[in-house]
Ligand binder design. Structure first.
Ligand code: NAD
Ligand code: DAU
Length: 345
C-alpha cells in the first residue's frame, strides 16, 4: 500500500502515522505537512527512521506541490488530516482556515481526480452538525449547521468531498469525530492547556460557567476507527466516531486537577486555580455535541475501548513525563495567541 497522510505531524495525524507504521511495516507512508505552529516532527521521533516512512514538507493548498507529490508517489489511498483545527483561532482570523481547510481539500481532491486513488478519507468533525441542547444526538443524516468559522470551513470541505464523489466518482469516505485527547495534543486545546497551566501554577481559564458538554474520545480509538474506515469504509459514506463519554467542561477540568493532585509529590489543590472567564467564543460557542456511532459499530465493528478516567490518567502521565515536549512546541507565537484570547479576561 502506498499511503499519503496529510497533516501527519499534528496531534491526531502523528498518532495515526505511528499506529499505521507499527501495524504495517511493509507499507509506504508519506507524511505531507506544512509544519505550521501545530505541526512538529518531534511528534514522530520514534518512527521517523522506519523503513516505509518518509516526510515531505509542503502545503496542501499549493497546487503544484501537491501535483508533484501525487505524480512521485502515485498514492493508492489518502487520509487528509491537514487543517487549521482550533475554534478560538478561527474566531480571531478565519483566513488560514479558508485557505487550508477548503482550498487545500479541493486541491487534494483535484489531484486525486488526475491521479486516481482507491480511497480518499476526509477527516472531519462533529462540529459540522452545529450544537445540541441537553438532549439528543447527531446521526450521519443530521443537517449541517456549523456555527464557528472553523466549523464552517470543515463543512465546506465535506460538501466539496461529496460533490467530487458525485461528479467525478472519487472514492471519498468522511469521518466525523468528537473531541480527541491524548499524547501530543497542542497545548491550546482544553485538556493539555489545563494540564500545562496547572503544572505551572497558572490560572485554569474555564469559559463561561463551564457548562458546555463535549464527548471525549481517546486519540488511539479514533486512529483505530480511521484505520477501519480506510480499509473498509464505503465510498460516499459518512461515519461518526464518538467516545460515548459526555462530560461538562468543568467536570473535565476538576478531574484533571484531581488526577494531577494524586501524582505530584507535594499535595496541592489544583482546583483553587480554576477561574471562570468571559466566554471568548460568544454565540459561536456550541453548547453540546453527542454522536450516534451505531453505523460504524454495525458496519465495521468498531467501538471505543478507552474510558475517560483511564484515558485522562494516561494523558496526564504523558504530559508529566513530556514537559520538555510541551515547552519545545510553544513559541513566542503561542504567548501572543494566549494574550489575544485570555488577556484581560
Ligand atoms: P492539529 O492542529 O494538531 O494538526 C494539524 C496538522 O496539519 C499540523 O501538523 C499542521 O502542520 C498541518 N497543516 C496545517 N495546515 C496545513 C497545510 N496547509 N498543508 C499541510 N499541512 C498543514 O490538528 P488535529 O487536532 O490533529 O486535527 C487533525 C484533523 O482532525 C483536522 O482535520 C481536524 O479538523 C480534525 N478533527 C480534530 C479533532 C480534535 O479533537 N482534535 C476532532 C475531530 C476532527
Ligand atoms: O468536536 C470536535 C472538535 O473538538 C474538533 O473539530 C476541533 O478541531 C477540536 O479543537 C475540538 O474543538 P473544541 O472547541 O470542542 O475543543 P477545545 O479543546 O478548544 O475546547 C473544548 C471545550 O472547552 C469548549 O467548550 C471550550 C472550552 N474551553 C477551551 C479552552 C481552550 C475552555 O473552557 N477553556 C479553554 O481554555
Amino acid at each position: 500500500m502506498r499511503l499519503l497522510v496529510t497533516g501527519g505531524a499534528g496531534f491526531i495525524g502523528s498518532n495515526f502515522v505511528r499506529h499505521i507504521v507499527n501495524t504495517y511495516p511493509d507499507w509506504q507512508i508519506v507524511n505531507f505537512d506544512k509544519l505550521t505552529y501545530a505541526g512538529n516532527l518531534a511528534n514522530l521521533h520514534d518512527v521517523e527512521s522506519s523503513d516505509g516512512y518518509s516526510f515531505v514538507q509542503g502545503d496542501i493548498a499549493d497546487r503544484e506541490a501537491v501535483a508533484k507529490l501525487f505524480s512521485d508517489l502515485a498514492p493508492e489511498a489518502v487520509v487528509n488530516f491537514a487543517a487549521e483545527s482550533h475554534v478560538d483561532r478561527s474566531i480571531l482570523d478565519a483566513s488560514a482556515f479558508i485557505e487550508t481547510n477548503i482550498k487545500g481539500t479541493q486541491v487534494l481532491l483535484e489531484a486525486a481526480r488526475q491521479c486516481p486513488v482507491e480511497r480518499f478519507v476526509q477527516v472531519s468533525t462533529d462540529e459540522v452538525y452545529g450544537a445540541l441542547g441537553e438532549e439528543g444526538v447527531f446521526t450521519e443524516q443530521s443537517p449541517l449547521q456549523p456555527n464557528s468559522p472553523y466549523a464552517a470551513s470543515k463543512t465546506a470541505a465535506d460538501v466539496l468531498c461529496m460533490a467530487y464523489r458525485k461528479t467525478y466518482d472519487i472514492p471519498v469516505v468522511i469521518t466525523r469525530s468528537s473531541n480527541n485527547y491524548g499524547p501530543y495534543q497542542f497545548p491550546e486545546k482544553l485538556i493539555p492547556l489545563m494540564i500545562r497551566n496547572a503544572l505551572s501554577g497558572k490560572k485554569l481559564p474555564v469559559y463561561g460557567q463551564g457548562r458546555q458538554v463535549r464527548d471525549w474520545l481517546f486519540v488511539d480509538d479514533n486512529c483505530r476507527a480511521i484505520h477501519e474506515v480506510l480499509l473498509k469504509g464505503r465510498p460516499g459514506e459518512v461515519y461518526n466516531i464518538g467516545g460515548d463519554c459526555e462530560r461538562r467542561n468543568i467536570e473535565i477540568v476538576e478531574l484533571i486537577c484531581d488526577i494531577l493532585a494524586s501524582k505530584v509529590d507535594e499535595p496541592r489543590s489544583f482546583r483553587e486555580l480554576i477561574t471562570f472567564i468571559e466566554d471568548p467564543r460568544g454565540a459561536a460557542h456550541d453548547f453540546r455535541y453527542a454522536l450516534d456511532c451505531s453505523k460504524l459499530q454495525r458496519e465495521l465493528g468498531w467501538k471505543p475501548s478507552v474510558g475517560l478516567e483511564e484515558g485522562l490518567e494516561r494523558t496526564v502521565d504523558w504530559y508529566l513525563e513530556n514537559q520538555a515536549w510541551v515547552e519545545s512546541v510553544i513559541t513566542g507565537e503561542y504567548q501572543e495567541y494566549y494574550q489575544k484570547v485570555y488577556g484581560g479576561r
